[in-house]
Design a binder for this molecule. Structure first.
Ligand code: AMP
Length: 401
C-alpha cells in the first residue's frame, strides 16, 4: 500500500480530525454488550489525543435503513468509549447539519465528539455527494480506521475522503493491510492456509489467489464436501454445492500445477438427525480413513485423523492464515476440529499467525488464545475481499493524488 498515507505521516495537532471508525457493536439499547470493536480503535484515538487533535468520530451501527431509530443509537457507545479513554465523549444526536457544525466549531484540542449513526441517512450507503460534503465540511483531516466497511463505497468511506486532501489510514487499518496484505503477499515459508466454512462459492476467489502464494492449503468445513465430490467421492447428505464441482476440480488442477499441497479431510465426524436449533447432532459416527459418507448422514466436522494431519501442517508453518471453521462449531459436539486448529495456530509461536476474520476470530477468542496469535482481522467480508486481491474502495480512497 505504498500510496496510502499512514496516520503518523500527517500533522494533526490542533486540527479537526474526522475519523471513520467501526463502532458497529452489539448493544442492548442502553449498554454496549461487546466492546472489542471500540477497543480496536483505541490505538488511533490515543495517538490523536497525544497529538492534541480534535477528534470527531463517525460510524454506523446495525441496519436502520436510512431512518432514525433509537434501537440503533450510538449513544451507549459514547459512554463506553468515555470509560475506555478516561475522558468525556460528547455525543451529538445528529451526524451532520448546523448543530453538528456549531458543536464541532467549539471543540478544544483533545476533545472527542461522537456523531449519531451515519445510517440514519440513506445517503450514507448510497454514497450521496451531499451527505459526503456535509460530513467533509467538519474535517481538516480524514482518517479511516474502519476496516470492516472498507469494502463498501459509502459516503463516509469513499465520498468524504474524495473531498479531503489530508487523509490517512488509521493504525488499525494500517495493521490490517500489513498482515492481510504484505505478510500473506510475501510470506515467510512454509505458508500454510486453512480454509473452512460453508461454501466453496464464497471462498473460491480466495482459494485461487492463495494458490499463487501458499505452500499448503488445508480445507475443512462443508466446503470440503464439494471438493470430495469433485474427486468422485460420495458425501451423503452433507451440505455441498453440486453446481460448484467444476470450480472445485479446476482449483484441484491448479494446486497440482502450482505444486501446492492441497489437503482435504481424510475422515469426518458424521451425524444423522442434526437439530441446529436444539444444538444437537442426533446420532453420530466417524467415517474411516478415505471412505465415503453414507447416504442419510451428513459431515459435520473433520475427523481425528484429519485433525492430526492438519495440526502437523500448522505446527511446521512459518506463516499461517486461517479463515472459516472446520465444522458446525456452533454445536459443541462438532466443534472439536475448529478448536484443535485454534490451539495449533496459537501454539506455533515461531509463525506469523493471521486469523482472517469472522467465525475463526470468535473461535480463537472463545478458546482464550487471542493473545497468542499475531493478528486477528476485524473485517469479515472486507478481509475476504482483500485476500481475494480486490481493491477496497475505502482503502483506494485514501490514496494520495
Ligand atoms: P463461513 O461464513 O463461510 O465461514 O461459514 C461458517 C459456517 O459454516 C458456520 O456457521 C458453520 O456452522 C458452517 N459449517 C462449517 N462446517 C459445516 C458442515 N460440515 N456442515 C454444515 N455447515 C458447516
Amino acid at each position: 500500500m505504498p500510496s496510502v498515507a499512514s496516520l503518523k505521516d500527517l500533522s494533526v495537532s490542533g486540527k479537526r480530525v474526522l475519523v471513520r471508525v467501526d463502532f458497529n457493536v452489539p448493544t442492548d439499547g442502553e449498554q454496549v454488550t461487546d466492546n472489542s470493536r471500540i477497543k480496536a480503535a483505541l490505538p488511533t484515538l490515543e495517538y490523536l489525543l497525544e497529538q492534541g487533535a480534535k477528534i470527531i468520530l463517525m460510524s454506523h451501527l446495525g441496519r436502520p435503513k436510512g431512518e432514525a431509530n433509537p434501537q440503533y443509537t450510538l449513544r451507549p457507545v459514547a459512554n463506553e468509549l468515555a470509560n475506555l479513554v478516561g475522558r468525556p465523549v460528547l455525543f451529538l444526536e445528529e451526524c451532520m447539519g448546523p448543530k453538528v457544525e456549531e458543536a464541532v466549531e467549539q471543540m478544544q484540542d483533545g476533545n472527542i465528539v461522537l456523531l449519531e449513526n451515519l445510517r440514519y441517512h440513506a445517503g450514507e450507503e448510497k454514497n450521496d455527494p451531499e451527505m459526503a460534503s456535509a460530513l467533509a465540511r467538519l474535517a481538516e483531516v480524514y482518517v479511516n480506521d474502519a476496516f470492516g466497511t472498507a469494502h463498501r463505497a459509502h459516503a463516509s468511506t469513499a465520498g468524504v475522503p474524495a473531498l479531503v486532501s489530508e487523509k490517512a489510514a488509521g493504525l488499525l487499518v494500517e495493521k490490517e493491510l500489513k498482515f492481510l496484505g504484505e505478510r500473506t503477499g510475501n510470506p515467510e515459508r512454509p505458508f500454510v492456509v486453512i480454509l473452512g466454512g460453508a461454501k466453496v462459492s464464497d471462498k473460491i476467489n480466495v482459494i485461487n489467489r492463495l494458490l499463487e502464494k501458499a505452500d499448503t492449503i488445508l480445507i475443512g468445513g462443508a466446503m470440503a464436501y464439494t471438493f470430495a465430490m469433485a474427486q468422485g467421492k460420495k458425501v451423503g447428505d452433507s451440505l455441498c454445492e453440486p453446481d460448484k464441482i467444476e470450480t472445485a476440480k479446476a482449483a484441484l488442477a491448479k494446486a497440482e500445477e502450482k505444486g501446492v499441497k492441497f489437503l482435504l479431510p481424510v475422515d469426518n465426524l458424521i451425524a444423522k438427525g442434526l437439530d441446529f436449533g436444539a444444538k444437537s447432532l442426533g446420532e453420530t459416527d466417524h467415517t474411516s480413513e478415505g471412505s465415503d459418507i453414507p447416504d442419510g448422514w451428513e459431515g459435520v466436522d473433520i475427523g481425528p485423523k484429519t485433525t492430526d494431519l492438519f495440526v502437523r501442517e500448522v505446527a511446521s508453518a512459518k506463516t499461517i492464515l486461517w479463515n472459516g471453521p472446520m465444522g458446525i462449531f456452533e454445536i459443541e459436539a462438532s466443534s472439536k476440529g475448529t478448536y484443535a486448529i485454534a490451539k495449533a495456530v496459537a501454539e506455533n509461536q515461531e509463525a506469523i499467525s493471521i486469523i482472517g476474520g469472522g467465525d475463526s476470530v470468535s473461535a480463537v477468542n472463545k478458546s482464550g488464545y487471542s493473545d497468542k496469535v499475531s493478528f486477528m482481522s476485524t473485517g469479515g467480508g472486507a478481509s475476504l475481499e482483500f485476500l481475494e486481491g480486490k481493491e477496497l474502495p475505502g482503502v483506494k480512497a485514501l490514496e494520495k493524488a
